[in-house]
Write a protein that binds this ligand. Structure first.
Ligand SMILES: [Cu+2]
Length: 488
Protein backbone atom coordinates (compact mmCIF):
# COMPACT_ATOMS: atom_id res chain seq x y z
CA UNK A 1 0.00 0.00 0.00
CA UNK A 2 1.31 3.40 -0.90
CA UNK A 3 2.05 5.81 1.86
CA UNK A 4 0.03 8.83 0.79
CA UNK A 5 0.92 12.12 2.35
CA UNK A 6 -2.27 13.63 3.73
CA UNK A 7 -3.21 17.09 2.53
CA UNK A 8 -3.28 18.46 6.07
CA UNK A 9 0.52 18.17 6.09
CA UNK A 10 0.60 20.85 3.44
CA UNK A 11 1.01 24.22 5.08
CA UNK A 12 -1.63 26.84 4.44
CA UNK A 13 0.93 28.98 2.66
CA UNK A 14 1.97 26.00 0.50
CA UNK A 15 -1.71 25.19 -0.24
CA UNK A 16 -2.38 28.74 -1.40
CA UNK A 17 0.75 28.62 -3.51
CA UNK A 18 -0.53 25.43 -5.18
CA UNK A 19 -3.83 27.19 -5.84
CA UNK A 20 -1.98 30.12 -7.35
CA UNK A 21 -0.19 27.76 -9.71
CA UNK A 22 -3.48 26.20 -10.71
CA UNK A 23 -4.87 29.63 -11.51
CA UNK A 24 -1.92 30.41 -13.72
CA UNK A 25 -2.38 27.11 -15.57
CA UNK A 26 -6.06 27.80 -16.08
CA UNK A 27 -5.38 31.28 -17.39
CA UNK A 28 -3.69 29.59 -20.35
CA UNK A 29 -6.78 27.51 -21.00
CA UNK A 30 -8.94 30.58 -21.45
CA UNK A 31 -6.99 31.30 -24.61
CA UNK A 32 -8.32 28.10 -26.26
CA UNK A 33 -11.75 29.17 -27.58
CA UNK A 34 -13.03 32.54 -28.65
CA UNK A 35 -15.20 33.95 -25.89
CA UNK A 36 -18.76 33.25 -26.90
CA UNK A 37 -21.81 34.32 -24.97
CA UNK A 38 -24.78 32.22 -25.85
CA UNK A 39 -27.70 34.25 -27.03
CA UNK A 40 -30.69 31.95 -26.80
CA UNK A 41 -31.22 31.56 -30.51
CA UNK A 42 -27.72 30.47 -31.37
CA UNK A 43 -27.82 27.65 -28.86
CA UNK A 44 -29.34 25.45 -31.55
CA UNK A 45 -26.98 26.54 -34.30
CA UNK A 46 -26.11 23.51 -36.46
CA UNK A 47 -22.39 24.07 -36.09
CA UNK A 48 -22.54 23.97 -32.31
CA UNK A 49 -21.41 20.36 -32.45
CA UNK A 50 -17.94 21.30 -33.55
CA UNK A 51 -17.42 24.58 -31.71
CA UNK A 52 -15.60 24.82 -28.43
CA UNK A 53 -17.86 26.54 -25.94
CA UNK A 54 -16.95 29.17 -23.40
CA UNK A 55 -19.37 30.31 -20.76
CA UNK A 56 -18.60 33.49 -18.90
CA UNK A 57 -20.21 33.43 -15.46
CA UNK A 58 -20.23 35.66 -12.42
CA UNK A 59 -20.99 34.68 -8.81
CA UNK A 60 -22.63 37.32 -6.63
CA UNK A 61 -25.80 38.07 -4.64
CA UNK A 62 -29.19 39.45 -5.67
CA UNK A 63 -32.94 39.55 -5.12
CA UNK A 64 -35.81 37.43 -6.48
CA UNK A 65 -39.60 37.68 -6.33
CA UNK A 66 -41.71 35.07 -4.53
CA UNK A 67 -45.49 35.30 -4.12
CA UNK A 68 -47.69 36.26 -1.18
CA UNK A 69 -46.50 37.26 2.26
CA UNK A 70 -45.79 35.35 5.46
CA UNK A 71 -47.31 36.22 8.80
CA UNK A 72 -45.14 38.60 10.84
CA UNK A 73 -42.94 36.97 13.45
CA UNK A 74 -44.47 37.45 16.94
CA UNK A 75 -42.71 40.19 18.87
CA UNK A 76 -40.67 41.26 15.88
CA UNK A 77 -41.51 44.45 14.04
CA UNK A 78 -40.37 43.09 10.66
CA UNK A 79 -41.15 39.76 9.13
CA UNK A 80 -38.67 37.45 7.47
CA UNK A 81 -40.71 37.79 4.33
CA UNK A 82 -40.91 39.85 2.25
CA UNK A 83 -37.50 41.14 3.24
CA UNK A 84 -37.77 44.92 3.91
CA UNK A 85 -34.30 45.39 2.43
CA UNK A 86 -35.65 44.23 -0.94
CA UNK A 87 -38.16 47.06 -1.08
CA UNK A 88 -35.58 49.50 0.26
CA UNK A 89 -33.29 48.78 -2.66
CA UNK A 90 -34.10 51.43 -5.26
CA UNK A 91 -33.86 49.27 -8.38
CA UNK A 92 -36.05 46.40 -7.14
CA UNK A 93 -39.47 45.86 -8.71
CA UNK A 94 -41.44 43.45 -6.59
CA UNK A 95 -38.48 41.40 -5.41
CA UNK A 96 -38.91 39.88 -1.96
CA UNK A 97 -36.02 37.58 -1.17
CA UNK A 98 -32.24 37.80 -0.88
CA UNK A 99 -30.17 35.18 -2.75
CA UNK A 100 -26.65 34.20 -3.65
CA UNK A 101 -26.34 33.03 -7.25
CA UNK A 102 -24.75 32.99 -10.66
CA UNK A 103 -25.37 34.97 -13.81
CA UNK A 104 -24.04 34.81 -17.35
CA UNK A 105 -21.81 37.74 -18.36
CA UNK A 106 -22.69 39.42 -21.68
CA UNK A 107 -19.81 39.92 -24.13
CA UNK A 108 -17.89 43.08 -23.39
CA UNK A 109 -19.34 43.47 -19.89
CA UNK A 110 -17.09 43.70 -16.86
CA UNK A 111 -18.20 40.77 -14.64
CA UNK A 112 -17.56 42.87 -11.53
CA UNK A 113 -20.21 45.35 -12.73
CA UNK A 114 -22.85 42.60 -12.27
CA UNK A 115 -22.43 42.58 -8.49
CA UNK A 116 -25.86 42.23 -6.86
CA UNK A 117 -27.54 40.86 -10.02
CA UNK A 118 -27.55 37.09 -9.49
CA UNK A 119 -30.39 35.02 -10.95
CA UNK A 120 -32.36 31.97 -9.75
CA UNK A 121 -32.00 29.31 -10.86
CA UNK A 122 -28.52 29.66 -12.35
CA UNK A 123 -28.05 29.99 -16.13
CA UNK A 124 -29.18 26.85 -17.96
CA UNK A 125 -26.04 25.39 -19.52
CA UNK A 126 -25.94 22.73 -22.20
CA UNK A 127 -23.00 21.34 -24.01
CA UNK A 128 -22.27 18.65 -26.56
CA UNK A 129 -20.58 15.37 -25.77
CA UNK A 130 -16.94 15.25 -26.89
CA UNK A 131 -16.65 19.06 -27.10
CA UNK A 132 -14.15 21.28 -25.30
CA UNK A 133 -16.03 23.37 -22.75
CA UNK A 134 -14.65 26.13 -20.56
CA UNK A 135 -16.45 28.13 -17.90
CA UNK A 136 -14.77 31.28 -16.63
CA UNK A 137 -16.08 32.08 -13.16
CA UNK A 138 -15.57 35.55 -11.68
CA UNK A 139 -16.40 36.31 -8.04
CA UNK A 140 -17.91 39.81 -7.93
CA UNK A 141 -18.49 39.77 -4.17
CA UNK A 142 -21.76 40.38 -2.33
CA UNK A 143 -23.41 43.79 -2.63
CA UNK A 144 -25.59 43.31 0.44
CA UNK A 145 -22.80 41.80 2.58
CA UNK A 146 -19.52 43.64 2.04
CA UNK A 147 -18.40 42.16 5.37
CA UNK A 148 -18.40 38.62 3.90
CA UNK A 149 -15.33 37.52 1.98
CA UNK A 150 -16.72 34.17 0.76
CA UNK A 151 -15.11 32.53 -2.23
CA UNK A 152 -17.17 30.59 -4.79
CA UNK A 153 -16.69 27.60 -7.07
CA UNK A 154 -18.50 25.62 -9.76
CA UNK A 155 -19.01 21.96 -8.92
CA UNK A 156 -20.53 19.88 -11.71
CA UNK A 157 -22.49 17.39 -9.61
CA UNK A 158 -22.42 13.79 -10.80
CA UNK A 159 -19.95 14.53 -13.59
CA UNK A 160 -17.82 11.41 -13.87
CA UNK A 161 -14.63 12.70 -15.42
CA UNK A 162 -13.59 16.01 -13.89
CA UNK A 163 -10.11 16.16 -12.45
CA UNK A 164 -9.98 17.63 -8.93
CA UNK A 165 -8.63 20.95 -10.18
CA UNK A 166 -11.87 21.56 -12.08
CA UNK A 167 -14.23 19.79 -9.69
CA UNK A 168 -14.96 22.87 -7.59
CA UNK A 169 -14.52 21.27 -4.18
CA UNK A 170 -12.56 23.98 -2.35
CA UNK A 171 -10.99 21.60 0.18
CA UNK A 172 -9.58 19.49 -2.68
CA UNK A 173 -8.49 22.19 -5.10
CA UNK A 174 -9.17 25.89 -5.23
CA UNK A 175 -11.96 28.42 -4.94
CA UNK A 176 -12.32 31.88 -6.46
CA UNK A 177 -11.79 34.86 -4.10
CA UNK A 178 -13.59 38.18 -4.57
CA UNK A 179 -12.34 40.13 -7.58
CA UNK A 180 -10.61 37.10 -9.13
CA UNK A 181 -11.57 34.59 -11.82
CA UNK A 182 -10.82 30.98 -12.63
CA UNK A 183 -11.47 29.04 -15.83
CA UNK A 184 -12.81 25.50 -15.57
CA UNK A 185 -12.21 23.05 -18.42
CA UNK A 186 -14.27 19.97 -19.31
CA UNK A 187 -14.58 17.53 -22.18
CA UNK A 188 -17.77 15.59 -21.43
CA UNK A 189 -18.06 11.99 -22.63
CA UNK A 190 -21.18 10.94 -20.70
CA UNK A 191 -24.44 12.40 -22.04
CA UNK A 192 -27.31 13.08 -19.67
CA UNK A 193 -28.70 15.58 -17.19
CA UNK A 194 -26.55 17.02 -14.40
CA UNK A 195 -26.61 19.99 -12.04
CA UNK A 196 -23.99 22.47 -10.94
CA UNK A 197 -23.57 24.40 -7.74
CA UNK A 198 -21.09 26.37 -5.69
CA UNK A 199 -19.27 24.05 -3.28
CA UNK A 200 -17.95 26.77 -0.95
CA UNK A 201 -19.72 26.62 2.45
CA UNK A 202 -22.13 24.53 0.47
CA UNK A 203 -25.06 24.09 2.88
CA UNK A 204 -25.50 27.86 2.83
CA UNK A 205 -24.44 28.67 -0.74
CA UNK A 206 -26.50 25.85 -2.29
CA UNK A 207 -29.61 26.81 -0.37
CA UNK A 208 -29.09 30.50 -1.09
CA UNK A 209 -29.40 29.79 -4.81
CA UNK A 210 -25.99 28.99 -6.33
CA UNK A 211 -27.56 26.07 -8.21
CA UNK A 212 -28.63 25.25 -11.75
CA UNK A 213 -28.93 22.67 -14.51
CA UNK A 214 -26.26 21.56 -16.96
CA UNK A 215 -26.84 18.81 -19.48
CA UNK A 216 -24.75 17.02 -22.06
CA UNK A 217 -26.22 16.31 -25.47
CA UNK A 218 -25.54 12.89 -26.96
CA UNK A 219 -22.93 12.39 -29.65
CA UNK A 220 -25.55 10.46 -31.65
CA UNK A 221 -27.26 13.81 -32.41
CA UNK A 222 -24.40 14.52 -34.78
CA UNK A 223 -24.77 11.21 -36.63
CA UNK A 224 -21.61 9.84 -35.02
CA UNK A 225 -20.86 7.19 -32.43
CA UNK A 226 -17.80 5.79 -30.68
CA UNK A 227 -16.07 2.80 -32.23
CA UNK A 228 -15.97 1.23 -28.76
CA UNK A 229 -18.71 2.59 -26.47
CA UNK A 230 -17.19 0.82 -23.48
CA UNK A 231 -13.91 2.68 -23.92
CA UNK A 232 -14.80 6.25 -24.94
CA UNK A 233 -11.32 7.62 -24.31
CA UNK A 234 -9.57 5.31 -26.77
CA UNK A 235 -12.41 5.19 -29.32
CA UNK A 236 -12.48 6.78 -32.70
CA UNK A 237 -15.67 8.40 -33.97
CA UNK A 238 -17.55 6.47 -36.65
CA UNK A 239 -20.92 7.07 -38.34
CA UNK A 240 -23.83 6.13 -36.07
CA UNK A 241 -25.67 3.02 -37.26
CA UNK A 242 -28.15 0.60 -35.74
CA UNK A 243 -27.65 -3.17 -35.40
CA UNK A 244 -28.47 -3.68 -39.09
CA UNK A 245 -25.85 -1.12 -40.09
CA UNK A 246 -28.58 1.34 -41.14
CA UNK A 247 -27.53 4.95 -40.47
CA UNK A 248 -29.31 6.71 -37.59
CA UNK A 249 -30.65 10.10 -38.76
CA UNK A 250 -28.86 13.28 -37.76
CA UNK A 251 -30.85 15.17 -35.10
CA UNK A 252 -32.30 18.59 -35.92
CA UNK A 253 -30.05 19.96 -33.17
CA UNK A 254 -27.09 19.12 -35.39
CA UNK A 255 -28.66 20.34 -38.62
CA UNK A 256 -30.78 17.29 -39.49
CA UNK A 257 -33.92 17.63 -41.64
CA UNK A 258 -37.33 18.61 -40.24
CA UNK A 259 -38.36 14.95 -40.33
CA UNK A 260 -35.67 14.09 -37.75
CA UNK A 261 -36.22 14.19 -34.00
CA UNK A 262 -34.89 17.29 -32.26
CA UNK A 263 -32.38 15.12 -30.41
CA UNK A 264 -31.54 11.83 -28.69
CA UNK A 265 -31.10 11.81 -24.92
CA UNK A 266 -28.55 8.99 -25.02
CA UNK A 267 -26.46 7.12 -27.58
CA UNK A 268 -29.05 4.39 -27.93
CA UNK A 269 -28.07 2.88 -31.31
CA UNK A 270 -31.75 2.82 -32.31
CA UNK A 271 -33.79 4.32 -35.13
CA UNK A 272 -36.00 7.19 -33.87
CA UNK A 273 -39.09 5.19 -34.91
CA UNK A 274 -38.10 2.37 -32.53
CA UNK A 275 -40.36 2.55 -29.43
CA UNK A 276 -37.25 2.09 -27.27
CA UNK A 277 -35.47 5.07 -28.85
CA UNK A 278 -34.53 8.02 -26.64
CA UNK A 279 -35.46 10.43 -29.47
CA UNK A 280 -37.43 13.53 -28.52
CA UNK A 281 -39.08 16.52 -30.23
CA UNK A 282 -39.09 19.07 -27.38
CA UNK A 283 -37.14 19.41 -24.15
CA UNK A 284 -37.74 21.14 -20.84
CA UNK A 285 -35.67 21.29 -17.66
CA UNK A 286 -37.45 21.35 -14.32
CA UNK A 287 -35.08 22.43 -11.55
CA UNK A 288 -36.39 21.89 -8.02
CA UNK A 289 -35.23 23.92 -5.03
CA UNK A 290 -36.57 25.42 -1.82
CA UNK A 291 -36.45 28.76 -0.02
CA UNK A 292 -36.36 28.92 3.77
CA UNK A 293 -37.33 32.59 4.20
CA UNK A 294 -35.67 32.90 7.61
CA UNK A 295 -32.25 31.80 6.32
CA UNK A 296 -32.43 34.22 3.39
CA UNK A 297 -33.48 37.03 5.75
CA UNK A 298 -30.64 36.15 8.11
CA UNK A 299 -28.04 36.39 5.34
CA UNK A 300 -29.36 39.79 4.25
CA UNK A 301 -29.47 41.08 7.85
CA UNK A 302 -26.10 39.79 9.11
CA UNK A 303 -27.65 37.13 11.33
CA UNK A 304 -26.45 33.54 11.80
CA UNK A 305 -28.59 30.56 10.77
CA UNK A 306 -28.84 27.22 12.54
CA UNK A 307 -29.24 24.97 9.51
CA UNK A 308 -30.40 22.06 11.66
CA UNK A 309 -33.69 23.98 12.02
CA UNK A 310 -34.23 23.79 8.27
CA UNK A 311 -37.90 24.51 7.50
CA UNK A 312 -38.49 25.81 3.97
CA UNK A 313 -41.46 28.05 3.19
CA UNK A 314 -41.34 28.05 -0.62
CA UNK A 315 -40.91 25.25 -3.16
CA UNK A 316 -39.60 26.37 -6.54
CA UNK A 317 -39.44 25.14 -10.14
CA UNK A 318 -36.66 26.81 -12.13
CA UNK A 319 -36.41 29.48 -9.42
CA UNK A 320 -40.10 30.44 -9.43
CA UNK A 321 -43.33 29.54 -7.61
CA UNK A 322 -46.64 28.84 -9.39
CA UNK A 323 -48.21 30.72 -11.14
CA UNK A 324 -44.96 32.54 -12.01
CA UNK A 325 -43.74 29.16 -13.32
CA UNK A 326 -46.06 29.70 -16.33
CA UNK A 327 -44.57 33.05 -17.37
CA UNK A 328 -42.40 32.75 -20.50
CA UNK A 329 -38.63 32.40 -20.40
CA UNK A 330 -36.75 35.61 -20.97
CA UNK A 331 -33.24 36.14 -22.18
CA UNK A 332 -31.47 37.30 -19.00
CA UNK A 333 -28.98 39.24 -21.11
CA UNK A 334 -31.58 41.69 -22.43
CA UNK A 335 -34.19 43.90 -20.80
CA UNK A 336 -36.90 41.74 -19.19
CA UNK A 337 -40.53 41.81 -20.27
CA UNK A 338 -41.56 41.46 -16.61
CA UNK A 339 -39.20 43.41 -14.30
CA UNK A 340 -40.52 41.48 -11.31
CA UNK A 341 -39.11 38.21 -12.73
CA UNK A 342 -35.99 39.70 -14.32
CA UNK A 343 -33.72 37.63 -12.08
CA UNK A 344 -35.81 34.45 -12.55
CA UNK A 345 -35.65 34.05 -16.35
CA UNK A 346 -36.47 30.35 -16.78
CA UNK A 347 -40.05 29.24 -17.46
CA UNK A 348 -41.43 25.85 -16.40
CA UNK A 349 -44.35 25.91 -18.84
CA UNK A 350 -44.33 22.72 -20.96
CA UNK A 351 -45.94 23.01 -24.39
CA UNK A 352 -46.20 20.51 -27.24
CA UNK A 353 -48.23 19.53 -30.27
CA UNK A 354 -50.21 16.30 -29.94
CA UNK A 355 -48.15 13.22 -30.76
CA UNK A 356 -44.77 14.83 -30.12
CA UNK A 357 -42.22 13.21 -27.82
CA UNK A 358 -41.49 15.57 -24.93
CA UNK A 359 -38.37 15.23 -22.80
CA UNK A 360 -38.45 16.41 -19.18
CA UNK A 361 -35.05 16.79 -17.53
CA UNK A 362 -35.95 16.98 -13.82
CA UNK A 363 -33.25 17.90 -11.32
CA UNK A 364 -33.36 18.57 -7.57
CA UNK A 365 -30.96 20.55 -5.43
CA UNK A 366 -33.42 21.22 -2.64
CA UNK A 367 -32.91 19.43 0.66
CA UNK A 368 -36.20 17.51 0.58
CA UNK A 369 -37.69 14.64 -1.42
CA UNK A 370 -40.05 15.61 -4.21
CA UNK A 371 -42.60 13.57 -6.09
CA UNK A 372 -43.72 15.23 -9.29
CA UNK A 373 -46.99 14.01 -10.67
CA UNK A 374 -48.80 14.30 -13.99
CA UNK A 375 -52.33 13.01 -13.94
CA UNK A 376 -53.39 11.38 -17.18
CA UNK A 377 -50.02 11.17 -18.97
CA UNK A 378 -47.62 8.22 -18.80
CA UNK A 379 -43.96 9.11 -18.38
CA UNK A 380 -41.19 6.83 -19.67
CA UNK A 381 -38.18 7.15 -17.39
CA UNK A 382 -35.27 6.64 -19.77
CA UNK A 383 -32.43 8.08 -17.65
CA UNK A 384 -31.45 8.50 -14.01
CA UNK A 385 -28.43 10.47 -12.80
CA UNK A 386 -27.08 10.65 -16.37
CA UNK A 387 -27.29 6.87 -16.88
CA UNK A 388 -29.36 5.37 -19.72
CA UNK A 389 -31.75 2.96 -18.02
CA UNK A 390 -32.25 0.66 -21.01
CA UNK A 391 -29.57 -1.87 -21.75
CA UNK A 392 -28.51 -1.29 -25.27
CA UNK A 393 -28.84 -4.79 -26.62
CA UNK A 394 -28.49 -3.62 -30.21
CA UNK A 395 -25.26 -1.87 -29.48
CA UNK A 396 -24.02 -4.84 -27.44
CA UNK A 397 -24.84 -7.25 -30.27
CA UNK A 398 -23.06 -5.07 -32.77
CA UNK A 399 -19.94 -4.45 -30.74
CA UNK A 400 -19.92 -7.55 -28.54
CA UNK A 401 -19.46 -5.24 -25.55
CA UNK A 402 -22.25 -4.78 -23.00
CA UNK A 403 -23.18 -1.31 -21.80
CA UNK A 404 -22.27 0.10 -18.39
CA UNK A 405 -25.80 -0.66 -17.24
CA UNK A 406 -26.54 -4.20 -18.52
CA UNK A 407 -30.08 -4.46 -17.15
CA UNK A 408 -33.13 -2.66 -18.49
CA UNK A 409 -34.47 -0.63 -15.57
CA UNK A 410 -36.52 1.76 -17.67
CA UNK A 411 -40.12 2.02 -16.50
CA UNK A 412 -43.40 3.86 -17.03
CA UNK A 413 -45.04 5.93 -14.33
CA UNK A 414 -46.89 9.18 -13.83
CA UNK A 415 -44.76 10.19 -10.84
CA UNK A 416 -41.14 11.31 -10.82
CA UNK A 417 -39.75 10.59 -7.35
CA UNK A 418 -36.58 12.61 -6.96
CA UNK A 419 -34.26 13.39 -4.07
CA UNK A 420 -31.58 16.04 -3.49
CA UNK A 421 -28.74 15.78 -5.99
CA UNK A 422 -30.65 13.47 -8.34
CA UNK A 423 -31.69 13.87 -11.96
CA UNK A 424 -34.28 12.08 -14.10
CA UNK A 425 -34.81 12.03 -17.87
CA UNK A 426 -38.45 11.27 -18.68
CA UNK A 427 -40.14 11.18 -22.08
CA UNK A 428 -43.89 11.34 -22.67
CA UNK A 429 -45.89 11.27 -25.87
CA UNK A 430 -48.18 14.30 -26.01
CA UNK A 431 -51.76 12.97 -25.88
CA UNK A 432 -54.27 13.54 -28.66
CA UNK A 433 -55.79 17.02 -28.57
CA UNK A 434 -59.38 16.86 -27.31
CA UNK A 435 -60.75 19.11 -30.07
CA UNK A 436 -62.56 22.45 -30.24
CA UNK A 437 -60.97 24.98 -27.94
CA UNK A 438 -59.52 22.25 -25.72
CA UNK A 439 -60.01 21.65 -22.01
CA UNK A 440 -58.67 25.13 -21.29
CA UNK A 441 -61.12 26.83 -23.64
CA UNK A 442 -58.10 28.65 -25.05
CA UNK A 443 -57.10 26.30 -27.86
CA UNK A 444 -55.09 23.78 -25.85
CA UNK A 445 -55.56 20.97 -23.33
CA UNK A 446 -54.13 21.58 -19.86
CA UNK A 447 -52.51 18.96 -17.63
CA UNK A 448 -51.15 19.92 -14.21
CA UNK A 449 -47.58 18.93 -13.35
CA UNK A 450 -47.03 19.36 -9.63
CA UNK A 451 -45.46 18.13 -6.42
CA UNK A 452 -47.80 15.50 -5.02
CA UNK A 453 -46.98 16.62 -1.47
CA UNK A 454 -49.69 19.26 -1.34
CA UNK A 455 -47.77 21.51 1.07
CA UNK A 456 -45.02 21.77 -1.53
CA UNK A 457 -47.33 22.70 -4.37
CA UNK A 458 -48.62 25.61 -2.29
CA UNK A 459 -46.19 27.70 -0.26
CA UNK A 460 -45.67 29.20 3.15
CA UNK A 461 -47.40 32.37 2.06
CA UNK A 462 -50.73 33.46 3.49
CA UNK A 463 -52.12 33.64 -0.03
CA UNK A 464 -53.20 30.66 -2.06
CA UNK A 465 -50.24 30.96 -4.40
CA UNK A 466 -48.47 27.77 -5.20
CA UNK A 467 -45.02 26.30 -5.14
CA UNK A 468 -43.78 23.41 -7.29
CA UNK A 469 -46.54 23.40 -9.87
CA UNK A 470 -46.74 24.11 -13.58
CA UNK A 471 -48.86 23.21 -16.61
CA UNK A 472 -48.43 21.00 -19.64
CA UNK A 473 -50.32 22.46 -22.60
CA UNK A 474 -51.09 20.22 -25.58
CA UNK A 475 -51.99 21.84 -28.90
CA UNK A 476 -53.43 20.44 -32.18
CA UNK A 477 -50.79 18.98 -34.50
CA UNK A 478 -48.74 21.58 -36.33
CA UNK A 479 -49.69 24.49 -34.06
CA UNK A 480 -46.36 25.13 -32.33
CA UNK A 481 -43.14 25.81 -34.18
CA UNK A 482 -39.97 23.89 -33.48
CA UNK A 483 -38.28 24.88 -30.20
CA UNK A 484 -35.48 27.45 -30.40
CA UNK A 485 -34.04 26.51 -26.99
CA UNK A 486 -34.98 24.37 -23.98
CA UNK A 487 -37.85 25.77 -21.89
CA UNK A 488 -39.02 27.92 -24.82
CU1 LIG B 1 -20.59 30.24 -3.30
Amino acid sequence: MKNYKPLRNVSRRRFLALGGGAMAAAAGLSALPVNRVLAYNDLLAPNQATLPLTFDMVATDGWIALPGSLNPIPGVTTSYYPDPYAAANGNQQGQTTYIFGFRQVPTGTDPLSLKGQAQASAPLLYVNENTDVTIRLTNAGLQQRPDLVDSHTIHWHGFRNAIPLFDGVPEMSISVPIGQNFTYYYKPINPGTYMYHCHFEDVEHVHMGMTGVIFVRALQNTGMMRSNPADPINSTLVPAVDSTNTPIPLARLAGGPASSPLGYVYNDGLQPTDPNSSAYDREFTIFLSEVWAKAHYNDAHIQPTDWSEYAPDFWLMNGRCYPDTLAPSSNPLVAPSDPRLQFQPISSLVTANEGEKVLLRAVSLGYQQSSLNITGIDLRLVGKDAVFLRSNTDEALRTGIPRINPVNTEFSTNTIYIGPGESVDAIFIAPTFSGGTGTSGLGYDTYLFYNRNFANSTSGSSSSYGGQMTEIRIYPAGTLQSQTAPNY
